[in-house]
Design a protein around this ligand. Structure first.
Ligand SMILES: *Cc1c(COP(=O)(O)O)cnc(C)c1O
Length: 339
């Protein structure tokens, strides 16, 4: 194998040795299969290709200082995938089977887990698709579950830093009673245009308000939002955002640190009152927000004047990353160790 330059890895795809597959046929799931083929043989009339019956997940494995491999909260991803399955009528995979598949694919690709200290990690991507050939709009009979992994570089190449975001009023990623709470590809298709416009305008990401009233904070692209003020961690309650495992973990850590935690509607104007703000998700843990612009209202909500992340965001980031790497005690039993 060509030596991988761990510190300069991007977020692209690097081929690994194996993926794990599981087929749902005749009303039941089969056995987990280790596979070395990167492609999927799919019927052109497969339901996932036409009607978007597709779900995915994202989590990471890390190499600790002690050499052990740690996977962060795979049971949470299993539960979220089950929720997505109920949402778009796919058969649920048990938590046991999901976690077993995650362990299997990580173990089989052990040589691709970046060494401790590089900031890089092994990204784990489970996906579930409806594979039956049909033209009528109804749920597929057969399904394929696949998990592949790929090493990814550190999110912050130049160190933990803030980024600018922009409110998009012309696009919604999900409707109030739509599929925003499920991790399905369709939500991403709906966000590509707003995301491109934000990038072209020099922003890190687009920022969504609630689709119905355009009054409350929803999400930052593919990450949840949180704001900090008066020793309180505030994050939106909405029927159209994806329940982030990172956000759930940060809420717990904030509470552990003695912060108050509030999950409630956040009106846009309240942005003015936050001392710190961040976007959170598996990719970055926390991406601290420098400012959020609302061009149509000619407003700019600034959270960092010197471009540096705030003290509480930094503390939360270090704590969560420390648990993932095994540098901090795992008091909530979040980590699955493979040795
Ligand atoms: C995956 C995802 C997140 C982040 O969830 P994590 O479990 O923390 O990685 C946030 N928003 C959207 C829309 C997502 O798809």
């Amino acid at each position: 194998m060509k030596e991988i330059d761990w510190k300069n890895l991007s977020f692209g795809y690097i081929k690994t040795d194996y993926n794990v597959r599981c087929y749902y046929r005749d009303g039941k799931w089969g056995a987990l299969e280790l596979c070395s083929e990167e492609t999927i043989n799919l019927h052109m009339a497969a339901v996932c290709l036409h009607y978007g019956q597709e779900a995915f997940e994202g989590l990471k494995a890390f190499r600790g200082k002690d050499g052990k491999i740690r996977i962060f909260r795979p049971e949470e991803n299993a539960a979220r995938l089950q929720s997505t399955c109920r949402g778009i009528l796919m058969p649920e995979l048990s938590t046991e089977k999901f976690v077993e598949a995650v362990k299997m694919v990580v173990k089989a690709n052990e040589r691709f887990i970046p060494p401790y200290g590089t900031g890089a990690s092994l990204y784990i991507r489970p996906l579930l698709i409806g594979t039956s050939a049909q033209v009528g709009v109804h749920p597929s009979e057969d399904y394929l579950f696949v998990i592949f992994v790929t090493p990814v570089g550190p999110y912050f190449k130049g160190g933990f830093a803030t980024n600018p975001y922009v409110i998009t009023r012309d696009y919604d990623r999900s409707a109030p009673l739509g599929t925003g709470i499920y991790k399905v590809g369709g939500n991403y298709a709906a966000s590509l245009k707003a995301n491109k416009l934000a990038h072209d305008a020099g922003y890190s990401c687009e920022f969504y308000l609630d689709a119905k009233e355009k009054k409350y904070i929803d999400e930052c692209g593919a990450a949840n939002f949180f704001g900090i003020k008066n020793n309180t961690y505030v994050t939106p309650k909405s029927t159209s955002i994806l329940p982030s495992v990172t956000n759930k973990s940060l809420m717990q850590l904030a509470e552990d640190m003695g912060l108050k935690v509030e999950r409630r509607q956040i009106p846009e104007e309240e942005l003015e009152t936050f001392e710190e703000a961040g976007a959170c998700g598996t990719a970055a843990v926390i991406s601290p927000i420098e400012r959020i612009d609302d061009p149509e209202k000619n407003k700019s909500y600034v959270f960092s004047k010197d471009g540096k992340p705030g003290p509480i965001s930094t503390k939360l980031f270090k704590k969560l990353q420390g648990i993932q790497l095994g540098d901090e005690p795992d008091i909530h039993n979040w980590v699955t160790i493979i040795d």
